[in-house]
Design a protein around this ligand. Structure first.
Ligand code: NIG
Ligand code: FE
Length: 417
């Protein structure tokens, strides 16, 4: 007699389980999607209880809700491990300037860039920030993302950074997308400290970080280690202080120039080093031998009109745990779709479909240290997407038409295209 559970999904042409171990996939293991042809899944209490062939699962379970995934590909919902979803205003005029030949760095040095979004974000009410962020979470969800890293970094004062992190928490309250909030006060030096860098460093280290940690406003602390942003020693001071306060660490590393960011992230035991277009040979070696995840953001060079991409193949060969993310933000990548990131990863980074899918699920979950995400194995959260394609090769093989048809979070259908 089959037992009654909350959800049974059956008939998938392929069910990509991503396997059983909550360890990051490296090298050849990135290509193993743990696919079950004619796959099915049972979920109860928000978690996966079993996976198998449709025959096996039907013998054992009956669902209060059933999903017929006939002819479709089912995989864990996407995990987006790097995003900046809390901001006001837009930067469409900068996009136009870049299309006319100006570089991202030139636009920033003329007072545009991050600081123009800081001005707009400071000028928005808290309610407006909550509303904008929540609307973006809805969009992420419809595109198949159910766990999203969400950075502050457009406030850059104690009050405005706290307000952004509060807005992120409020937007995510009772929303199917769970957020992992990150404090990014070290995104840029704000205009009022232009001639007093040391003063801003003091505010970060002695004012903002202790407050963020005390009020548990963030899980992680991130630093933009880059020319024109924060240098290696400043980044080290901020990250060491954050670690001492119990925050986890991430680094915007080697995006526009080689700054030793990957090496620093590995040395400090950061959860991730992100971007990596200009990572050095030593940085690749360090990532290859560590649990610091190399989070690649292949949409960014496209939006910035740069020809340098992160050396994904060399990172994979070196044994790095490679993940993919959108970097959704108003300036350098206004794209919330992980399916499009898969396409950029295949087109620009030379990753295979299977590698890109592992990087957008199980490895991205590891980057956020959420072992029960990014896989469909017993005990994992039942967050999944049903894609209207026959197999994994079709994922990330197009732009614009999202393959995501149905999204379930915690075993409940939460979005349908
Ligand atoms: O990840 N690099 C720094 N931060 C963002 C860009 C933010 C912005 O331009 O507003 C990034 O690309
Ligand atoms: Fe970023």
């Amino acid at each position: 007699m089959p037992s009654l559970v909350d959800l049974v999904l059956h008939g998938a042409s392929e069910l990509l389980t991503l396997g059983r171990g909550a360890v990051p996939r490296r090298k050849e293991a990135l290509r193993d999607l743990g696919s079950i042809r004619g796959g099915a899944l049972a979920a109860e209490g928000g978690k996966v209880v079993d996976v198998g062939t449709t025959e096996e699962i039907r013998d054992r379970f009956r669902g209060r809700q059933e999903i017929d995934a006939c002819g479709k590909t089912v995989l864990p919902a996407f995990v987006d491990a790097h995003a900046h979803p809390c901001f006001a205003g837009d930067r469409a005029a900068e996009f136009e300037m870049r299309c006319a030949g100006a570089s991202y760095e030139e636009v920033a040095s003329r007072g545009g860039g991050i600081l123009s979004t800081v001005a707009a974000t400071r000028g928005a009410s808290r309610e407006e920030l909550v509303r904008l962020t929540r609307r973006r979470l809805d969009r992420f969800l419809s595109l198949g993302t159910t766990l999203l890293e969400a950075k502050s970094g457009y406030g850059l004062s104690l009050q405005d950074e706290a307000r952004s992190l509060e807005a992120i928490a409020e937007a995510a309250a009772n929303h199917p997308v769970e957020v992992s909030p990150t404090f990014l006060g070290a995104h840029a030096v704000p205009p009022e400290f232009r001639s007093d860098r040391k003063g801003y460093m003091r505010l970060l280290v002695e004012g903002m970080l202790p407050e963020v940690a005390r009020r548990r406003l963030a899980e992680s602390c991130d630093v933009f280690l880059e020319k024109g942003a924060f240098d290696r020693e400043e980044a080290r001071a901020i990250l060491e202080r954050a670690r001492g306060l119990g925050l986890r660490l991430r680094v915007h590393a080697d995006q526009l120039s080689s700054g030793g960011g990957a090496e620093l992230a590995c040395e400090l035991g950061a959860d991730s080093a992100d971007h990596l277009e200009f990572v050095s040979d030593r940085g690749i070696e360090a990532l290859g031998g560590s649990d610091t995840v190399a989070v690649l953001l292949p949409g960014v060079p496209v939006f910035l009109r740069k020809d340098r991409d992160a050396p994904a193949r060399r990172l994979i060969e070196a044994g790095a745990a490679v993940a993919l993310a959108t970097d959704f933000n108003p300036g350098s990548c206004y794209c919330p779709s992980m399916a499009e990131v898969l396409a950029f990863a295949r087109l620009r980074l030379g990753m295979t479909a299977a590698e890109a899918i592992s990087a957008a699920t199980v490895n991205a979950a590891f980057a956020l240290r959420r072992p029960d995400r990014g896989r469909l194995a017993p005990g994992c959260r039942a967050d999944l997407v049903v894609c209207d394609v026959p197999g994994p090769l079709a994922l990330g093989s197009g732009l614009g038409a999202s393959p995501v048809e149905t999204v379930a979070a915690g075993g409940k259908v939460v979005a349908r295209a």
